[in-house]
Design a protein around this ligand. Structure first.
Ligand code: SF4
Length: 373
């Protein structure tokens, strides 16, 4: 049986996000590492490599697919209630010890992360998304920037079929990859993990490219939401949260910020799980920094009003939630508060179509998908 590395090396195609540099090396621009890759070597992500002076990138497979409410990504201001069809590949450019998707993200670094690739095509994935009733196609699970060419191929097909498209990403981008994605992407979630350069170094990255990605996505007009997983003792000090939320508010106070709870995972089992009180403290700091839409996530029923969207004009609740579930949707077809007419930033459907969230959307393999067509 072929090794995972051998299988992945067969599922490649020449990439687009690179240029040749001296001594037969190439520079990859898919993520903020901008690796100079020598002949015969791979970049930090281990999935993009230089062969005879050309960059080869992952193609033609997925690590898994799943359909969920879009609120689970989490996007709260992008077609609430829509079903999001998620796909991912393998590998990542960071190595966070608390990763909740480590089976796919660390497949090439960690022998315990076993995840076999499944053959796929853009047409097959889009057909399956439509069949399940999805409105949005999301590249997630591993870091989508490092497989940007494959995502764009799928997104082109998705756009033709009338679907919206999104990335759930660590935000370690470059100007080149964001320009490349811009015509094909509607929503982007950045996981802003910390506001401390030393912490980002621990995770294998730098904070600069991530902050630059946030600024650029906002100025490019891509709908942007931010999530921060609050980890006790790692990134939850008042000072760090003040700086982080102050930065977001300086880009735009209208960017939704999701502050979510850590639970012990992967190699990080030292810190205690995040408490609702900690989430609410973070939310209060964000509010004082000027952010208008702050959501305390993944502890349904424990964070009071912080699951709901409030109108910044009159303070009324315009979308009421319990966890991922929308309990009441009151926005007008133009996305405004029905009481005072204040416009709420986001991408809204003309009509809220209800939410399909009570049937299980389990991860499925592509063999099953192919059999259904
Ligand atoms: S995607 Fe990032 S880590 Fe991978 S080769 Fe390109 S620059 Fe390096």
């Amino acid at each position: 049986m072929s090794s995972l590395r051998e299988v992945l090396n067969q599922n490649v195609r020449q990439g687009e996000l690179y240029e040749p540099i001296e001594r037969n090396r190439i520079r990859c621009y898919a993520c903020g590492h901008c690796c100079p890759i020598p002949e015969g070597q791979a970049g930090v992500c281990k999935v993009r490599f230089n062969q005879a002076g050309k960059l080869y990138v992952p193609w033609g497979y997925v690590g898994g697919v799943q359909c969920d409410p879009i609120e689970k990504k989490p996007f709260f201001h992008a077609y609430p209630g829509a079903l999001a069809y998620s796909f991912g590949m393998l590998g990542c450019d960071l190595h966070c010890s608390y990763c909740q998707n480590w089976v796919t993200s660390q497949a090439l670094r960690d022998p315990n992360a076993v995840s076999r690739p499944l053959e796929a095509s853009p047409e097959l994935l889009v057909r399956d998304a439509l069949r399940q009733g999805a409105k949005v196609l999301v590249s997630t699970y591993n870091e989508p920037l490092i497989t940007a060419e494959w995502a764009v191929a799928i997104f082109k097909e998705a756009k033709q079929a009338g679907l919206k498209t999104a990335f759930v990403s660590n935000g370690n981008g470059t100007p080149q990859v964001l320009e490349y994605l811009r015509p094909w992407i509607d929503f982007y979630k950045v996981d802003l993990k910390s506001f401390d350069e030393r912490h980002y170094r621990q995770l294998g990255g730098r904070i600069g490219p991530i902050l630059d990605t946030i600024r650029r996505l906002h100025s490019l007009g891509v709908w942007l939401e931010i999530v921060t997983l609050l980890i006790p003792g790692f990134n939850n000090s008042d000072e760090e949260l003040r700086q982080l939320t102050g930065f977001l508010a300086s880009v735009s106070p209208d960017i939704p910020w999701h502050v979510t709870a850590f639970h012990k995972d992967y190699k990080m089992d030292d810190p205690e799980n995040t408490t609702p009180e900690d989430l609410l403290r973070g939310a209060e700091i964000g509010k004082n920094a000027g952010l208008r839409y702050i959501y305390a996530g993944n502890l349904p029923g424990s964070v009071g009003e912080r699951e709901n969207t409030h109108c910044p004009g009159c303070g009324g609740v315009v979308i009421e939630r319990y966890g991922y579930f929308i309990e009441n949707y009151r926005l007008t077809p133009q996305g405004a508060c029905p009481d005072c007419g204040t416009s709420i930033p986001g991408r809204w459907a003309e009509k809220f179509g209800g939410q399909i969230a009570d049937r299980p959307f389990l991860p499925r393999d592509l063999v099953t998908i192919a059999r259904n067509h």
